[in-house]
Ligand binder design. Sequence first.
Ligand code: G6Q
Length: 545
Amino acid sequence: MTPLNMPEWQSLVRHYSDLKYLSMREQFVLDSDRAEHFSLKSGDLFLDYSKNRVTKETMEKLLSLAKAVELPNWIERMFTGQEINNTEGRAVLHIALRNRSNTPIMVDGKDVMLDVNRVLAQMKDFSDKVHSGEWLGFSGKKIVDIVNIGIGGSDLGPAMICDALEPYGIEGINVHFVSNVDGTDLSTTLEKLNPETTLFVVASKTFTTQETLTNAQSARTWFLKAGQQHDVAKHFVAVSTNAKAVSEFGIDTNNMFEIWDWVGGRYSLWSAIGLPIALYVGFDNFARLLDGGHEMDNHFRTQPLEQNMPVIMGLLGVWYINFFGTQTHAIVPYDHSLSRFPSHMQQLDMESNGKVTNRQGQRLSYKTGPVIWGTPGTNGQHAYFQLIHQGTQLIPVDFVLPVNSHYPEYDHQSILLANGLAQSEALMKGKTAEEVRAELVSEGFEGKELEALLPHKVFPGNRPSNTLIFPKLTPELLGQLVALYEHKVFVQGTVWNINSFDQWGVELGKQLAKAILPDLQSNDEISVHDSSTTHLIKMIRALRN
Ligand code: G6Q
């Protein structure tokens, strides 16, 4: 079933051709309450989507499309544990991990909340023991440094959250994330640490990921220079679905925190993959994060589509990608502690919706997930914003703005916020030739000099953005924000009729490296590759010292 043939899609095609030159600037003049008409709230999170190239009619048509693809039904299917990840035959239940109302969610006749609550209790118990000093290193010293070893979904989410919640960090506890198999990552992390006071969390859903197992083995070798084999249990814990592999690696399964195949890596920070978060900010703050995620889940499940934040953001994305032909989407948090937020969103969105095959296995003839990118403001303004303002591509932007800082002593927040608001205003308004002319005249330019400069200072404007505002980046708020984007991705995947919850492209990378490794590790005859790869393998062999 392709959405392209739906009357609702065709109606949007016609609407687009009528509306593609719609001027947002004019719309703001015509409707002085435009900001109120195109904004909504969920908990402490406020979304202003008025600076988008839409009218009331556009939104109605997009919402009709959402109904035509049975979005409410798909939302319900996710929340009730149905196997919506059809290529892996799995339910998709990150919502269960933060189901604070604790209502039963049945999978294969079993309430998954029993398992979720058991592991949450285990995480609380363990993190409390580490903080109180009941859990000590082998020489009797308190744990000071937590090193998470994992990659992709077993790294990016918890790393982003720990950065973002730095103001909530427990005194005396540091957290580090080692992901890259490049030995630089592990070496530069370990060189600062003392094995007597370091705890490794080896996080891998499958416990077969080459990078993670390699880093974990090297970390154990490093540890064993100071401790004995029987001390490993005090310093290595695991998070996984795979008890057998954990045990084979040499980690006591009593020190294993279980996760389940119904949670995808990129959606797993709410599970025991979030253990480094609980160790860093304390279990109570981890629970507050879950509360925030649950609040957004309730919003997503119960609010009507037109009042539903993930739905509105998802549909706006569809409008740009499939009708305006945009290829990328920038996420720019005006909060330095959200530095890693765009990277996490990049994985979340691109791994989920980077698909060219629909649920039924047919190749798609329309675009799906965009390239997601961004860095914190105001830094981005001094770099790539030039292209967003005056480049030839249309790039929708999400501005993420916390009103209050955790570091008010320097009184920078108004400057930070003024910059964010100014960018979205300028992108929408642009600057006309008349405005530039008046500005240049007032600056004393005239004649040929003025005419030569003028076109360069014109800004086309009409460039769309969303603005998300909230009082402060608390654990609850962060939970809401991440869950908002998770659901936005699901909304888009539903419209595109794709499975947002498998990741065959990532699996391919895992297989390919394993095939080339033996060729790099020996001088035997090289196995069959294309001539470029064979040539590069020969060069690496020759250059290796
Ligand atoms: C996430 C992906 C991927 C995965 C990593 C690590 O959704 O599937 O990024 O998280 O490849 O996998 P393991 O946790 O199994 O080591």
